[in-house]
Every structure is written in C-alpha cells, then in structure tokens.
Design a protein around this ligand. Structure first.
Ligand SMILES: Cc1cc2nc3c(=O)[nH]c(=O)nc-3n(C[C@H](O)[C@H](O)[C@H](O)COP(=O)(O)OP(=O)(O)OC[C@H]3O[C@@H](n4cnc5c(N)ncnc54)[C@H](O)[C@@H]3O)c2cc1C
Length: 394
C-alpha cells in the first residue's frame, strides 16, 4: 500500500498535521482512541492555548528555533478555528484558554478537520520496522491481525515524548531519530511535582498557598504551591520543575508581591497583643509547620524589628532541596528531545533526510504550564503540514 504522507501518532500534533498535510494522508496510533492527552488535559477542559504565547514561554537548546512556527501559526489562528467550530471557551487566568464544556470538543474538532482533509486514521495499529529506500519510507504496520507494508513519500513523527507511559507514551520518536542519525538531546521529566526522601510535608498535604518559586538560575514563577504527601506540587512547582537541575535548591517566597516585614510591623502597630503566629498571612496549618522550624512564640508586641526582619527574610527566602521528581509517571511533558539543530525551523524536516519530519513534544521545545505546549503542537504540526502540502503542489 502507498500513501503520500504517513503520520505516526494521533495526538495533538499528529491530528493537526493530518488536517494540513494535503491529500492521501494516513495517521496511525497504537492507542484505542485519538488525542488521549487532550481528553485528560486541563482537568478535562483542555487548556488549548494561551493568549500570551510567544517564544519566551518555551525552553529549548536553541531558544530561536520555535519562533518561525509560532509566528506563522499563532494562538489567534487556533482560536479562530475553535470559534469556527462554535466551541465555547473562556480565559481562566494568565491568558490560559479552556473549553467551557469539555476537552472532547477539541478532539471532535480535530477529527472533523482530519476528515474534511480526507485523511485516514488507523487506531490500535502497531508500528514495526521503518526503512528508507532513498526515495520513500517503508513502514510495517500491524492492525487487526494483519501486517501491512506502507510506502510513504513523507513520514511525520508525532509520537510525543516519554511522559505518562500509562497513556501510551513510548519515546519511539527518539529511536526513529537515532535510526536516521538525527541527534537527540538529553530528555527528562518536565512540569512535574517534586519529591523529598524524608517526606517533610506529609502533615501539610492538601494545603495550598501563593508563592514565588525560584530556581538556582534566577527564573521565578508567581503561582500557587500545593503541599502533597510526597512533596511539592501546584502550578508554581510544576513551572519551576522545568528549570530545576537535580541536587539544586529552590527558593520559595511565601509572601510574593508583598513586603512581609512591613506587613508584620503594621500588625504590631495595630494589634500588638495578638500572637505572632496568628498575624502571619499564611494558612494556619503551614504556620503550625513553620513553628517547628522558627521560634514564633509571643505576641507581636514582643517582637523587635530585628526579629521581624529575620523571620520575614526566612519566609521569603525559604530554601527547599528536593530529592527528585515524580518522573515520567506524572510529568505533563518531556524536556529535551529531537535536537533542533538537525531540523528546519520552517518545515520541521530533518536536514539530513528530506521527507522526514518531527513535530510536537518529541522535539526539543517545551512550553510553560498554561496552554503553551498545545500551542507548540499546533504550530509545529501546521509548519510540517503546510510544507508537505506545498512540496506536493510544486
Ligand atoms: C495530564 C496532562 C495534562 C496536560 N494538560 C495540558 C494543557 O492543559 N495544556 C497544554 O498546553 N498542554 C497540556 N499537557 C501537555 C500536552 O498534552 C502535550 O504537550 C501534547 O499532548 C503533545 O502533543 P503530541 O501530539 O506531540 O504528543 P501526544 O499528545 O503525546 O501524542 C502522541 C501520540 O502518539 C502515540 N504513540 C506514542 N508512541 C507510539 C508508538 N510507539 N506507536 C504508535 N503510536 C504511538 C500516542 O498513543 C499518542 O496518541 C498535558 C499533559 C498531561 C500529561
């Protein structure tokens, strides 16, 4: 059997590419359903893009690589498509756009686009051997008990990263890259909760508080921290996990955007008889926990400026040193991947092998939490799809 374009992976990037790659396209996936990560994303409502998406929201060995694709297919292009499909959406916070009803609306939209483009979708299909005969790719596919050899002029690898193997992640993209001498940068779990060997926050499990979380390289995020029985999670910690290296400490400012020292001095001026622990602008269980590390005894009136200063410095510069992260088991993304130096930023095509494209999470481009990763999936898929369609017209 022969097709013009074979796309491996029917996730966000693979489906979107199929909608743009032109006629005679086949998308294959080993899963039972397409777009499984879309379905569970954003708590079932899919944070499908971000109003503020731009190159600065992405990590990559080459920070310039994502610029072209993001500029040529922007969040506004994707929002326009969502509107054309009459999918209701809202901005939740920080430019993050979510479906009003269900992430399934986005999957249905993508499937309608794939259908309209005339592309075929094969699920529960195992991808076997892949070769290239100098002109075409030959891929062995196992489906419904039958083995088929498919020849394709263009091969698009959209099998994602290693995050959440339970949902079908395999890291196959990296093996395909290695086979065709496309370099792969070191991968690690991103947007992932932190763990601590001594479980120091078990008693605080479920407590949430706004923080500024800072990595050793100075990057910081002002969002919520969530204590868990295993360690630290919540948007602030997921965000900073992308910038954390094993062994490093993180700095937590428990009073982000406020002057805690002045807040405590003001509390002393107006309510000196109150116990200091009761005027700290933090959840009560967290204050109780901090009482085990800092002397919070006495009324505010008893506290000197120097003592208030020491405490506010400690609470705005709280150092924690995670043992590790929860890893790919729960990570929302995979950092690193197909080396961008080996790809064209305009077409996502491997420089060393025309016809071979890598898109989406498999590539060494990782977004912040907040709809940026889907925007990369859409933009990179569009770049590859358009390039394939244009090459076939020429
Ligand atoms: C819990 C969770 C919530 C998330 N929420 C958001 C969010 O709200 N907003 C956001 O922007 N990002 C979110 N993300 C990240 C986002 O889901 C990914 O960045 C995005 O799905 C990447 O798209 P992709 O198409 O490259 O890969 P994927 O969506 O992972 O698709 C890859 C596809 O390839 C298939 N596949 C893999 N290996 C093989 C193989 N060997 N053979 C055949 N098929 C294979 C898989 O079954 C899958 O269908 C979330 C991630 C997770 C895990």
């Amino acid at each position: 059997m022969q097709v013009n374009t074979l796309i491996l992976g029917a996730g966000a990037a693979g489906l979107y590419c199929a909608a743009h790659a032109g006629p005679d396209t086949l998308v294959v996936d080993h899963g039972k359903a397409p777009g499984e990560k879309i379905r569970i994303s954003g708590g079932g409502r899919c944070n499908f893009t971000n109003l503020h998406a731009g190159p600065d929201n992405f990590l990559s060995g080459n920070p310039h690589f994502c610029k072209s694709a993001l500029a040529r297919h922007t969040q506004w292009d994707f929002i326009d498509l969502v509107d054309r499909h009459h999918i209701p959406w809202h901005e939740k916070t920080l430019g993050q756009l979510f479906c009003d009803t269900s992430a399934k609306d986005i999957i249905a939209m993508l499937l309608a686009e794939v259908h309209a483009a005339g592309a075929d979708l094969w699920l529960q299909t195992q991808i076997g051997e892949i070769t290239h005969d100098g002109a075409r790719f030959r891929v062995t596919l196992d489906r419904e008990g039958q083995r088929r050899k498919v020849k394709a002029r263009h091969l698009v690898v959209a099998t994602g990263g290693k995050s959440i193997p339970k949902m079908g992640a395999t890291g196959r993209a990296y093996d395909i890259a290695a086979q065709f001498d496309v370099p792969v940068t070191e991968t690690r779990a991103g947007l992932v909760p932190f763990t601590f060997s001594d479980a120091p926050f078990t008693g605080l499990s479920g407590v949430s508080t706004p923080v500024r979380a800072m990595a050793a390289d100075g990057t910081g995020f002002d969002e919520a921290l969530l204590f868990t029985h295993r360690g630290l999670s919540g948007p602030a910690m997921l965000q900073i996990s992308n910038y954390w290296q094993p062994g490093e400490a993180l700095t937590l400012d428990l009073a982000p955007g406020a002057d805690l020292y002045e807040t405590l001095r003001a509390a002393r001026a107006t309510g000196g008889r109150k116990r200091l622990a009761s005027v700290l602008p933090l959840p009560a269980r967290l204050v109780e926990h901090l009482g085990g590390q800092h002397d919070l005894a006495g009324n505010v009136a008893d506290w000197s400026d120097a003592r208030l200063r020491r405490l506010s410095d400690a609470l705005t510069g709280w150092q924690v040193r995670p043992t590790g992260t929860e890893g790919y088991r729960t990570a929302e993304v995979t950092l690193g991947g197909i080396d961008t130096g080996a790809l064209s930023s305009k077409t996502m095509q491997a420089k060393g092998l025309p016809g071979l494209h890598f898109i989406g999470e498999a590539v060494d481009v990782t977004g912040w939490l907040g709809g940026y990763n889907f925007q990369w999936a859409w933009s990179s898929a569009h770049a590859a799809g358009q390039a394939i369609a244009a090459a076939d017209r020429a």
